[in-house]
Design a protein. Structure first.
Length: 407
C-alpha cells in the first residue's frame, strides 16, 4: 500500500444515515466509461473502530478485500474478479417467498464474493437461498462490465446505467431519484450528472458530496474507491478526502490473510482520533451500566447517567440508544427491575418524543409492582402513539390487578 496526497477538494462518497435512534447508512456509486468501471462507497456509522482486511484465494476461490468494523463482519467487499458490493440499512419488511428455499449459510456473502465474477452469478446464487434474514438490508453489487445488481428484500434488479448512485431508500418504490429526500444523495447525484469521469480526484469529489458528518455520532467513518479493472483500492478516513491510502489488491492478497486498522493508517487526521477517544470514553460509561456496583451508590449512578446523557461529546447518546435499551433488557432478564428502571429512564429522559423508551420503562415498573408509575408511562406511550394496542392492553391489565388488590 502507499499513501497518496490529493488536493483538499478531493472528497468521498457518503453513506446515508437513517435516524431511528442509531444513525446508519450507506451511499454507493459507480461510473463506467470506455469499458472501465470505478465504484465508490461511504460507510456512515457511530463505531470508529474500522478495519480493512484481506483473505487470499486459491485455485477454486477468488481472493477478497473486505471493509467493516472491529467485529470483522463485512460491510462491503471487492474481489480479484472485479466484483464489489455494499450493504444498505433499510426499514424492516417481511419477506414472503413464493416457494421454500434453502436456509442461508452463515457466510453467504463471503461465499458469493469468493466464487462470483458477475452480477448474474450473484443473482443465481442469491435466488437459491431464503432471504428472510435480509429483511432490514439491501445489497448493491457491481461487476467489471459495469452492470449492477440491486437485491432489495425479495426483489432483484439488474441495471446497466453508466452512472448510478444508491442510498437508503427503496429504488423499486422511488423510481424518480430526483424525489428522494436525502440532501447529500441529491448533491452527489447532481455532481455525477456533470461530465463524470474515472479520475480518482473527480471520484473523490463525488464521495465528498455524498458524505455525512454529525458531531455526536461521527458520520462517514471511511470511504473506498474500487477500480474494478486495475484492482486498486483508494481508502479514505473519517470524511477527510485530502489524503488516501492506496492498495493493490493482488499485492495485498499475496501477503496472505491479514487485518489492518484503518485509523492507524491516518494518524494525522486528528478529528477522527478525537472522535474515537470520545467514543471510547463514552463506551466505558455504558459498560458501567452493566455492573451491579454502579447501582449500589446513588452518587456513582448519577454521575454515570449524567455523562451518558450529556457527553462528551454532546448527544453521543443518539448513537447508543439501542445499546442502552439492550442493557436495560439484560437487567430485566435477571429480574433486577430496579436496575432496569434506572437504565430505561436514561433513554426516556432524552427521547421524550419516542414511545419505545416509555414502553420499556412502564413494563419494568409493572413487573416491579409500581403500578402508578407503570400507568404514568403507558399513558405517555399513548400520548405519543394513540394507536398502541399493547399499551392499552397493559393499562387494562393493571386496572384488573389493582381491582383484585383492593378487594
Amino acid at each position: 500500500m502507499r499513501k497518496l496526497a490529493t488536493s483538499k477538494f478531493l472528497i468521498s462518497l457518503a453513506l446515508v444515515s437513517i435516524f431511528s435512534m442509531n444513525a446508519f447508512g450507506c451511499t454507493m456509486f459507480k461510473i463506467t466509461k470506455n469499458g472501465r468501471t470505478i465504484v465508490g462507497n461511504n460507510e456512515d456509522w457511530s463505531n470508529p473502530h474500522t478495519r480493512i482486511w484481506f483473505e487470499a484465494g486459491n485455485e477454486a476461490e477468488f481472493g477478497v478485500a473486505y471493509v467493516g468494523f472491529d467485529d470483522l463482519n463485512p460491510q462491503g467487499a471487492f474481489n480479484e474478479a472485479g466484483l464489489a458490493y455494499d450493504i444498505f440499512a433499510m426499514p424492516d419488511k417481511k419477506i414472503i417467498e413464493a416457494k421454500e428455499k434453502e436456509a442461508q449459510p452463515d457466510d453467504l456473502l463471503k461465499t458469493i464474493m469468493k466464487t462470483s465474477s458477475t452480477v448474474e452469478e450473484v443473482k443465481a446464487k442469491l435466488e437459491i437461498y431464503s432471504l428472510k434474514g435480509f429483511s432490514k438490508v439491501m445489497l448493491l453489487f457491481v461487476d467489471k462490465s459495469g452492470r449492477y445488481l440491486i437485491q432489495e428484500y425479495d426483489e432483484f434488479t439488474i441495471g446497466e446505467q453508466a452512472q448510478y448512485v444508491l442510498s437508503n431508500f427503496s429504488p423499486s418504490k422511488i423510481t424518480d431519484h430526483s424525489k428522494v429526500e436525502l440532501p447529500h444523495f441529491q448533491k452527489g447525484r447532481s455532481l455525477l450528472g456533470q461530465k463524470p469521469n474515472l479520475d480518482p480526484g473527480y471520484c473523490a469529489t463525488v464521495l465528498d458530496a455524498l458524505h455525512q458528518e454529525v458531531p455526536y455520532w461521527g458520520g462517514t467513518q471511511y470511504s473506498t474507491l474500487y477500480n474494478l479493472h486495475d484492482g486498486t483500492i483508494n481508502l479514505y478516513y473519517f470524511h477527510d478526502y485530502s489524503r488516501s491510502v492506496q492498495f493493490d489488491l493482488e499485492e495485498e492478497l499475496a501477503k496472505g490473510n491479514h487485518v489492518l486498522n484503518i485509523p492507524d493508517m491516518f494518524p494525522e487526521i486528528e478529528s477522527g482520533h478525537e472522535y474515537m477517544a470520545n467514543y471510547d470514553e463514552y463506551a466505558k460509561n455504558l459498560f458501567l451500566l452493566e455492573k451491579s456496583s454502579t447501582f449500589s451508590d446513588p452518587k456513582v449512578l448519577s454521575k454515570v447517567v449524567e455523562k451518558i446523557q450529556f457527553g462528551p461529546p454532546k448527544k453521543m447518546i443518539y448513537a447508543h440508544y439501542y445499546r442502552i435499551e439492550t442493557i436495560g433488557k439484560e437487567w430485566l432478564a435477571k429480574n433486577d427491575y430496579r436496575n432496569a428502571i434506572s437504565v430505561f429512564s436514561i433513554n426516556a429522559d432524552v427521547f421524550d418524543w419516542v414511545a419505545s423508551p416509555f414502553r420499556h420503562l412502564a413494563h419494568a415498573y409493572m413487573l416491579d409492582s409500581q403500578y402508578e408509575m407503570a400507568i404514568e408511562n403507558y399513558s405517555k406511550v399513548l400520548e405519543i402513539n394513540p394507536g398502541d394496542e399493547n399499551a392499552k392492553a397493559q393499562l387494562q391489565e393493571i386496572a384488573t390487578i389493582k381491582s383484585k388488590l383492593s378487594k
